[in-house]
Design a protein around this ligand. Sequence first.
Ligand SMILES: Cc1cc2nc3c(=O)[nH]c(=O)nc-3n(C[C@H](O)[C@H](O)[C@H](O)COP(=O)(O)OP(=O)(O)OC[C@H]3O[C@@H](n4cnc5c(N)ncnc54)[C@H](O)[C@@H]3O)c2cc1C
Ligand SMILES: NC(=O)c1ccc[n+]([C@@H]2O[C@H](COP(=O)([O-])OP(=O)(O)OC[C@H]3O[C@@H](n4cnc5c(N)ncnc54)[C@H](O)[C@@H]3O)[C@@H](O)[C@H]2O)c1
Length: 463
Amino acid sequence: MAEYSYDVVVIGTGPAGESAAMNAGKKGKTVALIDSRAEVGGGCTHKGTIPSKALRHAVHAVMKFNRTPLFRAIAEPTLLSFPEVNASAQQVISKQVSMRRRFYSRNHFKIFNGHARFVDPNTVEVQTSQSTKDILHAEHVVIATGSRPYRPDNVDFSHPMVFDSDTILTLNRTPRRIIIYGAGVIGCEYASIFNGLGCKVDLVNPGARLLAYMDDEISDALSYHMRGHGVLIRHNEMFESLHGYDDYVELKLQSGKVIKADAFLWANGRAGNTDDLGLENAGLEANSRGQLEVDRFYRTKTDNIFAVGDVIGAPSLASAAYDQGRAASGAIVNDSSYIFFENIPNGIYTIPEISSVGKNERELTKAKIPYEVGKAYFKDTARAQITGEDVGVLKILFHRETLELLGIHCFGDQAAEILHIGQAIMEQKNGGNTLEYFVTHTFNYPTMAEAYRVAALNGLNRL
Ligand SMILES: Cc1cc2nc3c(=O)[nH]c(=O)nc-3n(C[C@H](O)[C@H](O)[C@H](O)COP(=O)(O)OP(=O)(O)OC[C@H]3O[C@@H](n4cnc5c(N)ncnc54)[C@H](O)[C@@H]3O)c2cc1C
Ligand SMILES: NC(=O)c1ccc[n+]([C@@H]2O[C@H](COP(=O)([O-])OP(=O)(O)OC[C@H]3O[C@@H](n4cnc5c(N)ncnc54)[C@H](O)[C@@H]3O)[C@@H](O)[C@H]2O)c1
């Protein structure tokens, strides 16, 4: 057993832990990180964001190849297998890990490998092997332990055809038919991925619509296009039981429906990684979903302990985790440039992609805010006609009187990138946030950015 002392000890090397550590180190603090995974990067790099986005990219590229007439001069339409696209995702993971390892070594951070557990608020022990423990003393501790798929007791995850969003990456074949239970972001993204691989997909949604928190029109467009691609979506269907046999699984729904498939993906719920973290020794307690409560500075109720990323619950995004980590260590070093991040955008990598920031129509209507809508359909832009990515819409919601931007919603190829133009204007202060920007500045042509001019003019014409 060895003992060490640091200004800041960060538990977890996902986006939240990484940015907390980097910021603390840049501000002159001595920093150590702990991760139970053999490699840095967190669930984000190894199981969540990175593999799913890399899988989606590969599948999308093949779908585009198959539907582009020009390519028929080279080859016939084809399909990739899950192991093939997974292999390409694993290469991205390796690059990410090497890059992140370099960050840590260049900044002289020590990384401890093993499960971390609080001994007291200023002491964390790391189980580095079965028989050895290191003891880390810290002025401040940042808990950035992330989350994992929630596993209900009545689903047998040891069956070889039953997966969650972590274990799906071990699938060594392409299923003929997959049932995805849960139609949140994970369920919808994997439905697009498996659909693009040519699998029959049954997307079973316990809710009434896909991604219910999104703008209704965008959510409807997603359902329409997923159905158009052959995904069978069933709304308002509750899980009853799942039985695994040698060569298939059978899902029974409370409505009496029975669905058979050769793969089942449980995509309903995540739980914070706080088990066996010794929270009781640090004066802390997690809620029923394993999440910790924090204040605006990401400080827990124990003064010297901060928590960031998925372990504090919503929005549970890698994007937000990066900002939260930086903000927490900013608070530790009393950095006055601290920002509390609000109005967080989201990018959902279904096929087609979705992205939004700000309010949706339902929220504005409920709040009785007088708004108008400006739209640009991708099919009417030169760029989309050239690229063939002509499914989609950019929708700007703005105040009828002040022209202030209230919400940007985008559906279609590159939506997550396109959104940031609108976000940048939306965040302008002192009257800079209005629709005027889009009609008083010139956009490169042909670009998808030009859709902002088209949507703004469309909106102004409605006034
Ligand atoms: C399938 C999927 C797709 C996603 N796609 C996106 C996306 O496109 N965009 C987006 O913004 N977000 C996405 N997310 C969410 C994103 O991955 C998470 O928000 C992000 O990983 C949270 O980062 P984190 O640093 O809090 O935790 P994590 O990335 O989960 O890292 C936490 C680390 O802490 C370690 N750890 C836990 N407990 C201990 C302990 N006691 N001791 C030592 N180490 C410990 C874990 O092993 C892990 O390595 C996706 C998630 C999933 C599951
Ligand atoms: N592109 C992206 O940004 C992206 C992609 C995938 C996942 N994610 C993130 O991953 C998280 C999970 O994704 P999701 O949308 O599939 O939603 P989810 O799995 O968290 O939620 C689905 C349903 O399960 C319920 N639930 C959640 N945790 C539970 C628990 N511990 N016990 C019982 N029920 C629980 C929820 O209330 C909801 O009804 C989200 O927070 C999302 O932000 C983001």
